[in-house]
Design a protein around this ligand. Structure first.
Ligand SMILES: *Cc1c(COP(=O)(O)O)cnc(C)c1O
Length: 389
């Protein structure tokens, strides 16, 4: 007779989970029952809802955040002689969007306390080839954009905000993405809202928005709706196909209606985690923001103390075995990824603060799929994980 080992049900606290409900399903079905799959009213409705929520004068839907950033650089006409300052501690997309134009990303190390770009490094990185600065609001904590923008204006640089984690982030009441020149958002499933894949550009610059509308559709000068006869168009510019389709946009429209509730849940969850973990001396939490620098609460970032950092894999496995999903933002500083290391010759000694955040960091879940009970559970499991040994 075989012994059946009873597996006790472990609570599953996923790091992220797309919040797709009956509303999204119905909206997608509705699009599929119709004849318009691209260039339709849903993409426009999504743009309008996004503009209304963020306060953006202009919003342009695109196929991803990476696409939005690439289109901004195409608008700027970046090429091999140009440079863009980008954070070392970010998603590789922030750097790739520059690299793909032939321009050179020049990496800025992180502020060790926030994970955001270290503003003190900027003067040493700017050259006569620098055209733009890209900033990332790390885990949703907004960068001090006043300082960035005043630096950028002195040097005649365009300011691109990678807002992939910053839907619901504000500085002095202004939504992220409107603090610089161009804000680029992601609707990848793990982000604040999803359209499966998707992105949005927001801006105050009419010229940028109009150009990006053309560039995202091959550089064609008029959309099908703007033509009086089929085929009546010209192509005055080199463009690409980075459109958001109607199925994606229909999901996005429904997600926008739920966004205030999603953000409230994230805010509650993050506060509970922060309260619960405040007394744990072996770890430091990345800062929560305040009334001026309002965070979107993408995650609560934990930095392990130096001794614990050596056991990080073990700690992540301990959490995982107890059903607590974690993530790492970001697993390696971008200049330490093979492509950038080999192309530009970076070594481990470069970008020490960004590397320390990768090495010591664990991102804890606070998404709207989780409730107060889940937060208490995470607190107790994390407390045990860092106490052992
Ligand atoms: C997720 C992420 C991206 C990529 O977004 P896509 O929509 O998948 O292109 C870019 N930047 C940051 C900071 C991200 O976290």
């Amino acid at each position: 007779m075989s012994v059946v080992r009873e597996k006790t049900a472990v609570r599953q606290v996923l790091f992220a989970k797309p919040m797709i409900g009956a509303e999204e399903q119905a909206a997608v079905a509705e699009v599929l029952r119709g004849d318009t799959l691209v260039h339709g009213p849903k993409a426009e409705e999504f743009e309008q809802a996004f503009a209304a929520f963020t306060g953006a004068p202009l919003a342009v839907s695109v196929s991803s955040c990476t696409a939005a950033m690439h289109l901004v650089y195409m608008y700027l006409g970046l090429g091999p002689r140009d440079e863009v300052i980008v954070p070392a501690q970010t998603h590789v997309a922030t750097a790739h969007a520059v690299e793909i134009t032939g321009a050179k990303p020049v990496f800025a190390d992180a502020d060790p306390f926030t994970g955001n770009m270290d503003l003190r490094s900027l003067p040493g990185l700017v050259t006569d080839r620098t055209r733009a600065i890209a900033v990332v609001h790390f885990l949703g904590l907004p960068v001090d954009m006043k300082a960035i923008v005043s630096f950028a204006r002195q040097h005649n640089l365009f300011v691109v905000e990678d807002c992939a984690l910053a839907l619901g982030s504000y500085v002095r009441g202004v939504h992220a993405g409107l603090l610089g020149d161009a804000g680029c958002f992601s609707f990848y499933p793990a982000k604040h809202i999803t359209s499966a894949e998707g992105g949005m550009l927001i801006t105050r610059h009419r010229g940028l928005a109009e150009k990006v509308r053309r560039l995202r559709a091959f550089g064609v000068d008029r959309t099908p709706g703007e033509r009086s006869l089929p085929g009546e168009y010209d192509v005055p510019a080199l463009g690409i196909n980075y459109r958001l389709n109607e199925v994606q946009a229909a999901i996005g429209v429904e997600q926008m209606k739920k966004l205030p509730l999603f953000l409230a849940a994230r805010n509650r969850n993050a506060s509970l985690l922060r309260e619960g973990l405040a007394g744990t001396a072996a770890i430091t939490l990345l800062p929560p923001g305040d009334d001026i620098f309002v965070t979107s609460n993408y995650s609560v970032g934990v930095l392990l103390g130096e001794r614990l950092a050596a056991r990080k894999t073990e700690i992540v496995e301990y959490l995982s075995a107890r059903g607590v999903g974690t993530s790492v933002y970001y697993p390696r500083a971008v200049p330490h990824l093979t492509y950038y290391r080999e192309k530009y010759g970076f070594s481990d000694a470069d970008f020490a603060a960004a590397a320390a955040i990768s090495r010591r960091g664990i991102a804890l879940p606070v998404g709207p799929h989780l409730d107060e009970e889940d937060m208490r559970y995470i607190v107790s499991v994390v407390t045990n994980a860092v106490a052992e040994g």
